[in-house]
Ligand binder design. Structure first.
Ligand SMILES: [Zn+2]
Length: 139
């Protein structure tokens, strides 16, 4: 009466290495099974999500740093304390109006506006004669 388990399990599927990165070898039950079990599948999913989020955080902070450098360049080239520059010119340098750290509600002489903060500089978007302009503020 010594029938081994091996003989009861003649699985035709080749063993696989779990795709979550744990390096565990397992016997798949279905041909499309790539994880050892649902915990390993969850782990892989969450890890992938985190990595994705991290990648987009890196991209956004890179864009903000670039915006800050562009703002500084135009600020230094200008006589004005708050230079107003055509967005087209900023775009040519790689400026992205959707990359900023936070939005600050400001009011100057009764006029409200939003100042989008970078690191050392901030900017305000406004229209002048159908042209989108950016006013640079040193923070
Ligand atoms: Zn795994």
């Amino acid at each position: 009466m010594s029938r081994t388990k091996k003989n009861n399990d003649p699985s035709p599927l080749a063993k696989k290495i779990c795709a979550c990165g744990c390096e565990i070898e397992f016997q798949p039950k279905r041909s499309d099974q790539i994880y050892l079990n649902s915990q390993h599948a969850d782990y892989a999913y969450n890890n992938g999500k985190r990595k994705e989020r991290y990648e987009s955080e890196k991209l956004i902070s890179k864009a903000i740093r670039l915006n800050d450098r562009i703002a500084e360049k135009f600020f230094k080239c200008s006589e004005s304390l708050r230079p107003k520059i055509n967005l087209v010119l900023l775009r040519m340098e790689g400026f992205q109006i959707d990359a900023f750290t936070r939005v600050i509600q400001k009011e100057v002489l009764g006029q409200e506006f939003q100042l989008l903060h970078l690191y050392n500089f901030g900017f305000r978007i406004f229209n002048q004669d159908k042209t989108t302009m950016i006013e640079i503020h040193k923070l």
